[in-house]
Design a protein around this ligand. Structure first.
Ligand SMILES: Cc1cc2nc3c(=O)[nH]c(=O)nc-3n(C[C@H](O)[C@H](O)[C@H](O)COP(=O)(O)OP(=O)(O)OC[C@H]3O[C@@H](n4cnc5c(N)ncnc54)[C@H](O)[C@@H]3O)c2cc1C
Length: 377
């Protein structure tokens, strides 16, 4: 179990994160203005001083090495602002690196990981492809061996963080001794990779990457030939837990906005908070939020304990937390009436981003299949 901290230490860390968000992040993004590079740098100075820089990145790689449980609790605090889902705490604590990078050689750590730990810009991970059978084991990007080199051909779609990342990781099927073996490679951001950007519902930039006979030295391979699927599944599990934890924070903030507004807004002679239908929306939202929080917490603990059921619990947590947060935002929009769409409220941004999260990494329908498989296999 990595870096688990005591309950009282965790409360202290929560307070640290909460006050950083309240004092330094909230005043900036309350106005709906994206963080400039200068502001991000200032925030990151504070994040580094707090000892929580790259919370989830292993200590060996230069991060804080917190457990999944601790991180999930701290995510709830980090995201409670307008840009919180995509830039938790205004990226004050940097972009974490996937744990499969522990497999990197010391040469790879020096060349790729150390600069990313320093900058906090993270990496991008190119897995998915726009092919008929979008299944990790059946992708079509290939890596063909030529002496000490691999030649990559193929396209990766919807890759996030390409513009900011220090380096990338790509999954390709190695054609090796007449066998096809999915393998990870670490890559530079290189001009010979063709990058085409797209904005999704005007809130999330993703890129399509095209590799045309792109040559990599064998020293850029991560782990063994054929180890790619298990390493990527590990990344998907961690990323999905992160999304689920973020949803709890957004759900909580939205619920509080709804409660405050219901007390404040007088219509037809009394505050909204006195209307039974409004009270039901709040009560149901609070109940579902708490159920999702418990599920995220127990999935995180199972992941820390390397429990064999962790994979299924994380699937449940991502499915449930994304749906609950979406439903809460929908309710809180309804409570706000026309005000919900005004530039002052962050609801519109959260609504759009949550919609994307129900598809990102593994879509809800596939998660349902995975959960069902656990019970029927
Ligand atoms: C914002 C964003 C960021 C992303 N970032 C990255 C990234 O950094 N790196 C990367 O590699 N990829 C990334 N992706 C890709 C993402 O993981 C895929 O979009 C996702 O896995 C869905 O694949 P697809 O788009 O091909 O949908 P499809 O596989 O075509 O699925 C379409 C729909 O059918 C549903 N479906 C699929 N199978 C079944 C089934 N058996 N039964 C019923 N319904 C089913 C899906 O849930 C979905 O709703 C990102 C996507 C988004 C939206």
């Amino acid at each position: 179990m990595e870096g688990i901290v005591t309950e009282s230490n965790l409360s202290t860390l929560k307070r640290t994160v909460r006050s950083l968000v309240k004092d330094h992040v909230y005043p900036v993004d309350r106005n709906g203005v994206q963080f400039s590079d200068e502001i991000t740098k200032e925030l990151q100075q504070k994040g580094k001083q707090s000892g929580l820089w790259l919370m989830g990145t292993k200590k060996e790689l230069g991060g804080a090495g917190l457990s999944f449980y601790d991180r999930s609790v701290l995510f709830e605090e980090q995201v409670q602002h307008r840009f919180g889902l995509s830039k938790p705490a205004g990226l004050a604590f940097g972009n974490d690196l996937p744990s499969f990078l522990e497999k990197c050689t010391s040469e790879q750590v020096d060349k790729f990981i150390k600069p990313a730990v320093q900058s906090g810009n993270g990496c991008f991970v190119g897995v998915w492809e726009e092919i008929e059978n979008n299944n990790i084991g059946q992708l079509v990007t290939t890596a063909t061996k030529e002496g000490d080199y691999w030649v990559i051909n193929g396209e990766k779609s919807y890759v996030a963080n390409v513009d900011k990342a220090n380096f990338g990781v790509v999954l390709a099927h190695c054609i090796h001794e007449n066998e096809v073996k999915p393998t990870l490679f670490i890559i530079n951001k290189d001009e010979s990779i063709i990058v085409k950007d797209t904005m999704l519902i005007d809130v999330q930039k993703v890129s399509q990457l095209t590799f045309n006979s792109y040559k990599l030295h064998d020293s850029q391979r991560i782990g063994d030939v054929g180890e790619g699927v298990s390493l990527i599944n590990q990344w998907l599990t961690e990323s999905q837990l992160e999304i689920a934890a973020k949803c709890i924070g957004i759900g909580k903030k939205a619920l509080n906005l709804g409660i405050d507004y219901a007390k404040l807004r007088i219509t037809r002679g009394k505050p909204l908070a006195e209307f039974p239908t409004i009270r039901t929306m709040i009560a149901r939202s609070a109940t579902e939020l708490e159920s999702a929080r418990q599920l995220v917490g127990s999935a995180a603990k199972k992941l820390d304990e390397h429990d064999r059921n962790a994979f299924t619990l994380v699937a449940m947590a991502k499915l449930h937390a994304t749906e609950v947060a979406s439903k809460i935002i929908d309710n809180i929009f309804q409570i706000h009436g026309g005000m919900g769409f005004s530039g002052d409220a962050p609801l519109e941004r959260w609504y759009k981003e949550l919609r994307i999260l129900r598809l990102n990494y593994i879509g809800s329908e596939t998660l349902i299949e995975q959960i069902a498989l656990h019970y029927f296999e």
